[in-house]
Design a protein around this ligand. Structure first.
Ligand code: NAD
Length: 294
């Protein structure tokens, strides 16, 4: 099966490489020529537009920043829709607004093209390892057909409902991660300000009820002052924007998410938009005039 991959950034490039490792023939496109050159050197074919990718492939994967980018690549001039034909499938693995997924899917359906929304969790290390968690929305038969392609990049691939459900699941994931990082930041800043070593607090609590994947992934980075991304504050702001837009539309108030969104906006204002989202600790450090070190 020939597979197309559009969007070869932090996540897309290693995901595309894992597809090739699994034996899929690959056609790639990105507006940035550098990752295209790298993938071509590894054996992929390159295309000059999303339309050309769609003409050449049965399954077209997109891994782009947000809804406007996916709309432009799929529905815009020289877009996937211009090269797609009945029987082809688009798998959008970007994290975008669920309503945008539904709109794009219905435009593709008019041309007989199927779509799954299949955002991922796990970040760059798991994209490289091929152990991402994929949360998928779409028809069961399309999911079953595309499962092996997604599994080549992932540890788990779970269908959570119809089209849009993948991105609703991803928004739920991003709520839990954001609020967890804020909670960890409050705890470590409290410890540092009270004169108790954050490293010892971390070791003491990580095996109990307060332990979490977020705590284990982010507390060491914070204590070592490593704020290179990982996952950028600006991308988390994008996700929380999609969370709040969706929650307001359906009437589900999310006060904790709204509070963390404002903290992230403050970080962006302080020039930390491109830093890792564990920079949330620096919002608290500024207020308490303390730094969290081991
Ligand atoms: P990125 O900015 O590194 O990569 C995006 C890529 O898309 C870039 O290479 C860019 O050149 C390309 N692009 C943008 N517009 C394009 C267009 N019109 N045509 C073709 N290519 C275009 O972003 P990323 O970190 O790889 O994230 C991609 C998606 O995955 C986002 O939705 C993000 O929220 C999600 N995500 C990221 C992480 C992470 O840890 N980085 C984790 C989980 C999910």
């Amino acid at each position: 099966m020939k597979t197309g991959f559009i969007g070869l950034g932090i996540m897309g490039k290693p995901m595309a490489k894992n597809l090739m490792k699994a034996g899929y023939g690959l056609v790639v496109f990105d507006i940035n020529p550098d990752p295209m050159r790298e993938l071509a050197a590894a054996g992929a074919e390159t295309a000059s537009s999303p339309k050309e990718v769609a003409e050449a492939c049965d399954v077209i994967i997109t891994m782009l920043p947000n809804s406007p980018h996916v709309r432009a690549v799929v529905l815009g001039p020289d877009g996937v829709i211009e090269g797609a034909a009945p029987g082809k499938t688009v798998i959008d693995m970007s994290s975008i607004a669920p309503l945008a997924s539904r709109e794009i899917a219905s435009r593709l359906a008019e041309k007989g093209v199927e779509m799954l929304d299949a955002p991922v969790s796990g970040g760059e290390p798991k994209a490289v390892d091929g152990t991402l968690s994929v949360m998928v929305g779409g028809k069961k038969e399309v999911f079953d057909m595309c499962y092996p392609v997604m599994k080549a990049m992932a540890g788990s691939v779970v269908l959570t409902g119809g089209i849009g459900a993948g991105n609703i699941t991803k928004l739920a994931n991003q709520i839990v991660v954001a609020i967890n990082i804020a909670a960890m930041s409050e705890a470590l800043v409290l410890a540092a300000k009270a004169g108790v070593r954050p490293e010892l607090v971390y070791q003491a609590i990580r095996g109990g009820l307060a332990g979490s994947t977020v705590l284990d992934a982010k507390a060491p980075l914070v204590m070592d002052r490593k704020f290179t991304p990982g996952f950028r504050v600006n991308l988390h702001i994008k996700d929380l924007g999609n969370v709040l837009e969706t929650s307001h539309e359906i009437g589900a108030p999310l006060p904790l998410t709204a509070a963390v969104m404002e903290m992230m906006q403050a970080l962006k204002g302080d020039g930390l938009g491109e830093a890792d989202h564990c920079s949330l600790v620096r919002y608290y450090e500024k207020m308490s005039h303390v730094e969290v070190n081991r």
